[in-house]
Design a protein around this ligand. Sequence first.
Ligand code: ZN
Length: 411
Amino acid sequence: MKISEKQLELVNDRIAALIKADNFYGKKLKEAGVTTLQSAEDFEKLPFSEKKDLRDAYPLGLMTVPEEQIVRIHSSSGTTGTPVIIPYTQKDVDDWAIQFKRCYELAGITNKDRIQVTPGYGLWTAGIGFQNGAERLGGMVIPMGPGNTDKQLQMMMDLKTTVLCSTSSYSLLLAEEIEKRGIKDKIHLKKGVIGSERWSDKMRESISKGLGIELYDIYGLTEIYGPGIGISCKENKGMHYWDDYIYIEIIDPVTGENLPDGQLGEIVITTLVKEGAPLIRYRTHDLSMIVPGECACGCKFPRIGTIMGRTDDMIKIKGVNVFPSQIEEILGTFPEISSEYQIRISHLDGKDTMRIYVETNGSVDFNELAGRIKDKVKSKIGFTPIVKVVEIGLLPRSEKKTVRVIDERYD
Ligand code: ZN
């Protein structure tokens, strides 16, 4: 999806602000010789920004307005080195709340709902993002934060909570506790707004059944406001995002080229109106695609697909970028095979090849099944793998996380 004239105008405004601020990123743009953009093609030539740049700007090098206008900072986790600090103006905080309010509205949540917020509060953007959006909506917020399951369930029953905001793993834990304690008839939950970790359909079903709720996936990252820049709708075919606040492009993570709608690649985000720390072409390393066409739900905002993993997982076979999650998804459409599989990538006779091992029981014609899997990978991803079908139980299993992708090319 090309950048629109209106969006381009907003980007020009942000570029001017960055250059004027002469901060870390403003200097980079100046060095790259960036001035006013005339066209979508100009935009696609802009340099990317990376998490590393944001770390280099630590602590306040991203600040793009005078300090008097900064009302808050957030920080992304610093478990792997220097953290990233994002300054927010009052308008940024308000804009974020407006976007989050839209998320709730798209999920059919109203000011009559009672919204229990279980993600954490503090430096990161989770809990407070859910809260500000819910207050903007006029809902009744129950700001629990994480953990303390006894109290969590007590409040849920006494206050008749109707909406649960949570990670997928914590909502699964709550579902199991409710089942264990036999209190399902005292729970009034209707909907769950779940943070965007990658989760399987199976897990989704367990949560939805266990809590008796509809689930909505929320997307966001600290560098770009936080959660609430996009959400899935009742059609559950991708997440709508607010293209008056952000511009999303999908790029080939190796070449940096823009990919057409419908193709899987890396999500790159440009903030259109952010004041405290605008970001231009920020590489998220999240994998998804622009979902082509309009959504049956009637919402006109564009969509990205479910997050399929991280770019670091990518493998290149015969010039085609492949992600293990894509293969996994295809294998999931064959009910006759078990959930165990193995992918081996090797370099033979000057060519990269992929072998996929799957398991089935003896009632299936192995060759015929292998052929069907091959054809499906070819039609969906664009290359032909070697598929080997074996008896159930033959693939290695482990107590710990089973290694399913083995790259033998560099041994
Ligand atoms: Zn929709």
